[in-house]
Design a protein around this ligand. Sequence first.
Ligand code: NAD
Length: 254
Amino acid sequence: MIAPDLETAIDELQELVEGARVIAPFTGAGISTECGIPDFRSPGGLWTKNRPIPFDEFLASQAMRDEAWRRRFAMDAQFSAARPGRGHLALASFYRAGKAPAVITQNIDNLHQSSGISAEHVIELHGNNSYALCLTCGKRYELSWVRRQFTDARERAPDCTDCGGHIKTATVSFGQPMPEREMRRAEQLTLDCDLFLAVGSSLVVWPAAGFPLLAKRNGARLVIINREATEFDEIADVVIHQDIGTVLSPFIVH
Ligand code: NAD
């Protein structure tokens, strides 16, 4: 059911949150747009500017790896200036209150951790772009190091100093295998919850989009908060087509 107005939406959400035993928040890029990080699919979003680089292309060519790092560094100011928004703070309040044991996120921006949720309770389905990993041996690299090498080598992406493997932000690109442990943990929380909150996701990226469906099939209530309609609106108990920060700010407890 689509909430007819903001006030009704907040009331309905309040009732569901109060009645819930376990909440599973599931977030997408829309929760971070008010923090200055564009999403993929909104007008002006990242896809209108650059087609994402699929994993096989990253592996296949030095030019693509150079381009991937060029894009990452071009967004550095945006990512490092970003602070958690009202949506992040509200979900952190559910976490502190013991209602949400963890957050499942498709985001790579580290903002749930910055909002006070312990890193071990942020289930990152698509990784994190605030550090990098060697794709062969798994060695961790800080972005400051990568940037120095990249700049010194006139915008050539560096390889691992230990094994020569390719270094990539610790994110999951299209075509790259999903992290198994995170997928298992997300599934477990989805099955444990009685209220699943999908916040700021177009719900078109699979397999992540399978979680709201699984929650609903398992008997949980499903709430979707997203400015635009999603394919799952018709199976949701409450659909809120409003701004995330506005809807969730009454739930922030300092
Ligand atoms: P998406 O871009 O496909 O969808 C975002 C949705 O959020 C859109 O439907 C949009 O209408 C809605 N939205 C944007 N701002 C909103 C607001 N203030 N209030 C209400 N709704 C709002 O994002 P997705 O579903 O997360 O999938 C895209 C993929 O892109 C994910 O895998 C994610 O890893 C990646 N991504 C991440 C970030 C980030 O980490 N912040 C940013 C861009 C893309």
